[in-house]
Design a protein around this ligand. Structure first.
Ligand code: ZN
Ligand code: ZN
Length: 343
């Protein structure tokens, strides 16, 4: 195997029109104790990658290393094993999600909430991620991809998939309840499916008819286009609301649609003005999910009960994919595909 690989590397965050990502040859990393080397098949392009690359999160210490390879929704095959790894063999199809390492010892790690570990290391933010031909992962945070799942289509299960699943579980849907999904990007499209699987009547809310049409395909039974004022039609009527658009005006619409006593789950930052106690409503934040939930997402995908909606770019075209994401030109989840993947 070659000792070098091609990777999209970020030396320092900068606006996309200055091409901050450089496609360059770097050393293939060596797996240490408990780690695996993965030959990357595909890596989804997340809005959080965009935030990091352009510097939105620099004040919060992201990226936490320089240079860094972004990317945290990754599939591929095991290409090497570090000492002490017994659960995988070379050639196994696997995936990695944003949680790259957790301490396994703290209160959160011991109670199935490892995504809240205060020492968590995030793939592609603190350590190199999947925008490269190879990457390292920890065996304890590496997931077997079930046979029959296409590795390119499966990549977004590892961030939009688990994010949506975790949020829907926090809603605690009873069959027949009405659930509105605000924000129909990669995460929203997955959430529509999980909410429908839970027995909800799913109302998709967005401003783009194409995204709404995809949501209808995925199980939404009612479509609400906010650019046509249709959102007033669902005021004070939703048992549950999921919001994946971190925009205050959307949050306000989401709160206005929530029934008295209802629950809103957000997987983005929200600002809520004047939250009233006398409507008895609940607001919950949600981040990713735990390892058991990730395995459940993969099982549901393997059974064909959920699916991703993707468009492919060559791995070397990461900058272009991010530009299209920033410009709002993508119709679905962009996935970088490694053309040199040996299968
Ligand atoms: Zn992501
Ligand atoms: Zn921990």
């Amino acid at each position: 195997m070659s000792t070098t690989m091609m990777a999209n590397t970020l030396d320092s965050p900068a606006p996309l029109d200055t091409d901050p990502l450089e496609w360059r040859s770097i050393a293939v990393p060596e797996p240490g104790e408990g780690q695996v080397l993965i030959e990357v098949a595909a890596c989804g392009v997340c809005r959080s990658n965009l935030h990091m690359v352009v510097g939105d999160w620099a004040a919060d210490g992201v990226p936490g290393a320089s240079p860094i390879v972004p990317g945290h929704e990754v599939t591929g095959r095991i290409a090497g094993l570090g000492p002490g790894v017994e659960d995988f063999v070379v050639g196994d199809p696997v995936g990695v999600q944003p949680l790259w390492w957790t301490c396994e010892e703290c209160e959160f790690c011991r109670t199935g909430r490892e995504q809240l570990c205060h020492q968590r290391v995030i793939t592609g933010e603190h350590v190199d991620g999947g925008y490269a031909e190879f990457m390292l992962a920890n065996a304890r945070h590496t997931y077997p991809v079930p046979a029959g799942l296409d590795l390119v289509a499966a990549a977004p299960l590892f961030c939009p998939g688990i994010t949506a699943f975790g949020a829907v579980e926090k809603l605690g849907i009873e069959p027949g309840q009405s659930v509105a999904v605000f924000g129909l990007g990669g995460v929203g499209h997955m959430a529509v499916q999980f909410a429908a699987l839970a027995g909800a009547e799913v109302i998709a809310v967005g401003r783009n008819d194409e995204h709404l049409a995809v949501a209808a395909d995925l199980g939404a039974t009612r479509l609400v286009n906010t650019t046509r004022g249709e959102v007033e039609g669902i005021a004070d009527s939703m048992d549950g609301v999921l919001t994946f658009a971190g925009v205050d005006s959307v949050t306000a619409m989401a709160m206005a649609s929530l029934k008295w006593g209802g629950t809103l789950v957000n997987a983005v930052p929200v600002n809520i003005d004047g939250f009233p106690f006398n409507k008895g409503q609940t607001i919950k934040g949600s981040l990713l999910g735990n390892r058991a939930q990730m395995a459940e997402v993969l099982r549901l995908a393997a059974e064909g009960r959920i699916r991703t909606v993707t468009e492919s770019f060559d791995l070397s075209e990461a900058g272009n994919a991010l530009r299209q994401l920033e410009a709002g030109e993508l119709r679905s989840r962009a996935v970088l595909v490694n053309g040199t993947f040996s299968g």
